[in-house]
Design a protein around this ligand. Structure first.
Ligand SMILES: [Zn+2]
Length: 330
């Protein structure tokens, strides 16, 4: 069982551990600084200082709220795929394409063999972990999603692309583990988009995590899970972090038909809404989870990254997660 794995890694977590998916809103001064940096009005060092200040703010905030497993909040990141693509040899920046809603991003192009240039996220993880005694998650984007959100002009097909990327991301995982990181989240928001490719996503995750000593989480946003469940449970991770609230918990119906065999980070607050769910609504979601999933397997967090909320809204939603967990521990 995964709680045994956590203990074997030296992690003593309470029942219903609380965490968050990864991104937090950037404070106004950082939004402004990023815009100035893109126009060469401030230096990279000046931007870095403010990213560190914002990271420290979020670590302190999570500690004060009583969150159990912290994240650095991704103050240094824009897009979750472009961030890595910009740092990996083999990628070229492509033109602007539209993703969800009105967001535009530069879709990366793979134009050569992708290689690992050395640690990308490790210094950020060390900095964040150095600010707290609570465990801080390592945060990466999974090979399948990086492949799906990029153009490929180099590898023969999508499977070969995903597996080549998995080799590279595995090196980053190994570097995080060598630095002392014990909980690593590898996001795969593209997981359910093409059900016929589930086997590729599973193979790529296996190639990324197999045999490595860490507790692995993957986050996937709401999608066509009815087409990939229960097959997705074969993925080489310990914990699936899923957007449950925004789907009115209909995933629970799937779990009723076939037991959920991994740990789950159960999203209990909707990240797309400005309104703060009241405590009883959040508790009700956990109660429904408990009718189907054993309590030892349940973590509590928001549905998805909170970066589109205001700082105050994000804090209120995190507070609701912690309050729900505490209520169920008692
Ligand atoms: Zn998400």
């Amino acid at each position: 069982m995964s709680r045994a794995k956590l203990e074997s890694l030296g992690l003593k977590l309470p029942l219903f551990p609380t965490t968050s998916v990864g991104s937090f809103p950037k404070p106004d001064y950082l939004v402004k600084a990023r815009a100035e940096f893109s126009k060469d009005k401030i230096t990279e060092d000046q931007l870095r200082d403010l990213e560190r200040k914002a990271t420290a703010f979020w670590i302190e905030t999570q500690e004060k709220l009583g969150v159990d497993v912290l994240v650095d909040g991704e103050m240094y990141r824009g897009d979750m795929v472009a961030y890595f693509a910009q740092r990996l040899p083999g990628f070229t920046q492509g033109g602007l394409v539209r993703s969800y809603g009105n967001r535009f991003y530069h879709k990366p192009i793979i134009t050569g063999e992708v290689t690992w240039p050395g640690p990308i996220t490790v210094d950020w993880w060390k900095y964040a972990q150095g600010l707290t005694k609570k465990p801080v998650k390592g945060m990466l984007t999974g090979a399948y999603t990086v492949m799906d959100w990029s153009f490929n002009e180099h590898y023969p097909d999508r499977r070969a692309t995903a597996l080549a990327l998995a080799d590279v991301i595995r090196k980053e995982v190994e570097a995080l583990i060598a630095a002392g990181c014990k909980i690593i989240q590898i996001d795969e928001p593209a997981l359910s988009v093409r059900p016929e490719e589930l086997a590729i996503a599973i193979e790529a995750m296996d190639a990324t995590t197999k045999g490595l000593r860490a507790y692995f989480i993957t986050h996937a946003c709401y999608g066509a899970f009815e087409h990939i469940y229960p097959g997705m449970l074969e993925m080489g991770v310990d914990n699936f972090d899923l957007e449950m609230s925004n789907s009115d918990l209909d995933l629970l119906e799937l779990f009723r038909r076939h037991p959920f065999t991994k740990d789950i980070s159960f999203g209990v607050v909707d990240v797309h809404s400005h309104t703060q769910e009241d405590a009883s609504a959040v508790r009700k979601r956990v109660e429904q989870a408990l009718t189907i999933i054993p309590k030892e397997q349940i973590w509590i967090d928001p549905d998805c990254g909170l970066k589109t909320r205001t700082v105050d809204e994000a804090i209120a939603k995190l507070r609701a997660c912690v309050a729900a967990a505490q209520a169920f521990r008692n």
